[in-house]
Design a protein around this ligand. Structure first.
Ligand code: AMP
Ligand code: ZN
Length: 471
């Protein structure tokens, strides 16, 4: 595997190798659960899903952790406005978030930790930071002293000395030594609801937003993560502050590779709740578009480019999905019960070439546009051969298996009956055989493990690889 990723800290492409060979620990900043996410947020979440699937297709196993920010100013304000305890308020928005992910065929992360379930871990970090001289307390609030962490600014390349005293910052109602300092723990204030406050060794209060992610990422993935992602607006101050807190507490490097996705924009502006220029997923679906078209549009633009959302673009996405779907159906009819393994040598070579080109797209900083370009090149050829009556049943079966395999990353074909599962599994088995031939055993094991996780067991028999469902 030769995967290159664009690391925000290095500002360049880097050769990616996980800390533990073959296994990636991935932390993805999740939503603040105070209302329904919009399709801008969903671009980031779909991209992260595609990233996990692409990494798996390259032979890596991935543990994805996505936090749920269920305590901050916005969630508290929302709960108060609706007269609900904080948890009851956030539960509702977590439910719609999961609904949207499911609708968009996002494979769930391994864990979705909630900030409010991890307050003790956060308190531990503040205690460590305090022992190491990184904090000071003022009126029950613990501040991170940026002057104590010389590396501050290394991710965002913001020069801390340029952040002037007197500049307006969100927390200016609290007493702090230096305007650049940020709160890791916020002392309770008059009028705050009890459901949003914790009695702790630090006193009564609640965690700062940045601290939530430091605590939950390190709890589930260890002190050094392979990859940490978010959208570009997370770079500063959120991720910069996460680094200061995590490295300040552990003395170890926090993240090996930082990836940040560009925004979804409308009329040249970032889609945002505050600007009122947003659509939720139900808004878009109510206009008659399919979730699969939305997913396709969100993933089709490489993550480091802005995605300009228009309904024209969504119609284009719908027709691309339609092309894949109709080829899939026609290949299904043509192949009947034929065995993909009996495909002609020439066709097998064609599939291998297309598979290699799709793979090369993902290896190049998860370039979905390049992978789609390669896939659609294959689609065009397959359509031409079908129309010319040149595709035998076994070749059609092999083409369909490849299409299903490629869709393992894209996730835009309809959820199939057993026949399509069969085609997808056959595709994966073929990819595993190729990996073995390359002596890439990490890749072949990862494919076997992925199938096992879905309840599909592979057996090597003298007649070749067979599969069956567990149990
Ligand atoms: P929030 O709920 O505001 O914490 O945002 C959840 C995630 O969505 C964060 O990673 C944001 O950076 C991301 N995000 C917010 N707006 C957009 C947008 N217009 N396009 C892409 N991602 C976004
Ligand atoms: Zn975060």
């Amino acid at each position: 595997m030769s995967l290159r990723l664009f690391d925000t800290a290095a500002r360049s492409l880097v050769d990616f190798q996980p800390l533990a060979p073959g296994h990636v620990g991935l932390y993805t900043c999740g939503p603040t659960v105070y209302n329904r996410v919009h399709i801008g947020n969903l671009r980031t979440f779909v991209w992260e899903d595609v990233m996990c699937r692409a990494l798996r297709s390259l032979g890596l196993s991935v543990t994805q952790v996505m936090n749920l920010t269920d305590i901050d100013d916005k969630t508290i304000r929302g709960a108060v406005a609706e007269g609900l305890p904080l948890r009851e308020f956030t539960d509702r928005h977590i439910a719609t978030f999961f609904e949207d992910l499911k609708t968009l065929n996002v494979i769930p992360a391994a864990v979705y930790p909630r900030a409010t379930d991890h307050v003790p871990e956060m308190v531990e970090i503040v205690k460590k930071l305090t022992e190491r001289g990184h904090t000071y307390e003022s009126d029950g609030t613990f501040w991170f002293r940026i002057a104590s962490f010389p590396a501050y600014g290394k991710l965002s390349r913001i020069d801390p000395s340029s952040m002037k005293r007197g500049a307006r910052v969100a927390d200016d109602e609290y007493e702090k030594e230096d305007v650049r300092d940020f709160a890791v723990w916020k002392g309770a204030k008059e009028g705050e609801p009890e459901s949003a406050l914790w009695e702790t060794e630090l006193g009564k209060g609640r965690p700062g937003w940045h601290l939530e992610c430091s605590a939950m990422s390190m709890k589930y993935l260890g002190e050094t993560l392979d990859i940490h992602t978010g959208a570009v607006d997370n770079i500063f101050p959120h991720h910069e502050n996460e680094i200061a807190q995590s490295e300040g507490a552990t003395g170890k490097p926090f993240v090996r590779t930082w990836l940040h996705a560009e925004h979804l924009i409308v009329d040249g502006e970032k889609m945002a709740k505050s600007k009122g220029n947003f659509f939720t997923l139900p808004d878009v679906l109510s206009r008659g578009y399919s979730p699969r078209a939305v997913r396709y549009l969100l993933l089709s633009v490489p993550y480091r480019q802005k995605l300009n959302f228009t309904f024209d673009a969504l119609r284009g996405a719908a027709s691309a999905v339609e092309r894949l779907e109709s080829l899939d159906a026609r290949l299904g009819e043509r192949s009947g019960a034929a065995d993909a393994a009996a495909a002609s040598e020439a066709f097998v070579a064609k599939v291998a070439e297309a598979r290699g080109a799709v793979r090369a797209g993902y290896e190049d900083d998860l370039n979905t546009a390049a992978a789609l370009g390669a896939l659609f090149g294959f689609v065009k050829e397959a359509n031409t051969s079908l129309e010319a009556g040149q595709l035998g049943p076994a070749d059609a079966a092999a083409a369909r298996a490849f299409l299903r395999e490629a869709d393992g990353v894209l996730g835009v074909l309809p959820e199939g009956a057993d026949a399509s599962l069969e085609a997808e599994v056959e595709g994966k088995i073929a990819a595993r055989q190729e990996a073995r031939k390359r002596r890439d055993f990490a890749a072949s094991d990862a494919i076997r493990d992925e199938l096992a996780a879905r309840g599909i067991l592979l057996e090597d028999t003298p007649q070749g690889v067979r599969w069956r469902r567990k149990g």
